[in-house]
Design a protein around this ligand. Structure first.
Ligand code: MRU
Length: 349
């Protein structure tokens, strides 16, 4: 499993442009604030953990050539750039989480020369990337303990290597299982409107030689009814302290279906994706995107009457009551989620 969505090499922040996959492999060098903001906004780099890692390196790249001579002017410049990057997408909490860690690093090195603050920032970005890689590996180990060889798995969106530093969240156990001969039969929802399932998940899994079948989102019920699905595995963009989890639009419907069919629904949530300040489902901001994504992006001609009204939320929130277990790098959390997440929070201190 060698797919990574970004790398920092020879002083360059390189991202694999995910809007071009699976047909083209294009690496972009992000050099300016606008480059980084646009790459996140346009989903060239996407998936909650990968957005966090990209923002950490991105904010470093944007201040590394700063000619600020004193701490106050450096911090002011850092803060302005960081706030701007933080405005690129609202739902995945990893973005603000990673930028807050970078800011803490600036403040912790306040008394050092500006060049040393810059070096500390680069080190911190490397650390955020390495920690994510480790977390994803652990999510894989914990997740795999819930699965058996030969199982049918349904997944939504892309919670794979492309969405993280490496391995993925919900797809990590599938990679580990594949190495250990589990022979999973994976069904990937195409994930309208941006087709992360078709373009990214189906691509990633087939590259690894995993048996993957692509279905349209509205086929989830029939594959469950057919008895082909033993578990639903999905990622998360922001989880509240009560265990409600935002993920790609369509996830909450899948969770409700899974409950109806008695299929376990597992949400893979690195602790970097838990927003302990959010409690209720309505505390999570939901990104709304342009209607063109629905009626024209993938078509030669517009596939709706001119001037049609659209509603295009990019995420929905799955009520905790539909989640069988939350898989974190620290272990598997079962209901009651509020109590058990509180215990996890205390352990993280
Ligand atoms: O809009 P995207 O493609 O960034 O949405 C990504 C998802 O919803 C993923 O499922 C989520 O980030 C979890 S991934 C590790």
């Amino acid at each position: 499993m060698n797919i990574v969505p970004l790398k920092y090499e020879d002083d360059k922040l390189l991202i694999l442009d995910q809007t071009k996959l699976p047909n083209e492999t294009v690496w972009l060098n992000l050099e300016t604030l606008e480059d980084v903001w646009e790459a996140i906004y346009s989903l060239r780099v996407r998936g909650a953990p990968a957005i966090g890692v990209a923002a950490a390196y991105g904010v470093y790249v944007c201040v590394r050539d700063s000619d600020a001579k004193d701490f106050d002017s450096f911090y002011k410049e850092f803060k302005e750039k960081s706030d701007y990057l933080n405005s690129s997408r609202p739902t995945a909490v990893n973005l603000s989480w990673a930028l807050a860690r970078m800011e803490k690093c600036v403040l912790a090195n306040k008394d050092k020369p500006i060049d040393e603050i810059k070096s500390a920032l680069l080190k911190k970005a490397h650390l955020i990337r390495q920690e994510d890689e480790y977390s994803c590996r652990m999510l894989g180990e914990h997740g795999l303990s819930l699965l058996k060889p030969g199982m049918g798995i349904l997944t939504h969106c892309n919670a794979g290597a492309l969405a993280t530093a490496k391995y993925g969240t919900a797809l990590s156990p599938l990679y580990l299982g594949n190495e250990r001969g589990y022979n999973f039969k994976v069904f990937a929802n195409e994930t309208r409107p941006l087709l992360q399932g078709a373009r990214l998940t189906a691509w990633e899994l087939s590259q690894a030689g995993i048996d993957v079948t692509l279905i349209c989102d509205n086929m989830a019920s029939i594959v469950m009814q057919n008895g082909w699905i033993d578990a639903v595995l999905v990622g998360c963009d922001r989880m509240t302290s009560k265990g409600h989890g935002a993920n790609k639009i369509g996830t909450s419907g899948l969770a409700i279906l899974a409950k109806e069919y008695g299929i376990p629904f597992y949400m893979f949530v690195p602790t970097s994706t838990i927003d302990f300040d959010a409690k209720e489902m309505s505390d999570i901001p939901i990104e709304e995107r342009k209607g063109e994504e629905i009626y024209s992006l993938w078509y030669e001609k517009e596939m709706a009457p001119k001037g049609i009204k659209t509603y295009n939320p990019a995420f929905d929130v799955t009520d905790a009551k539909y989640i069988t277990a939350i898989i974190t790098e620290k272990g598997i959390i079962y209901p009651p989620f509020e109590e058990n997440l509180k215990e996890l929070k205390d352990r993280l201190k």
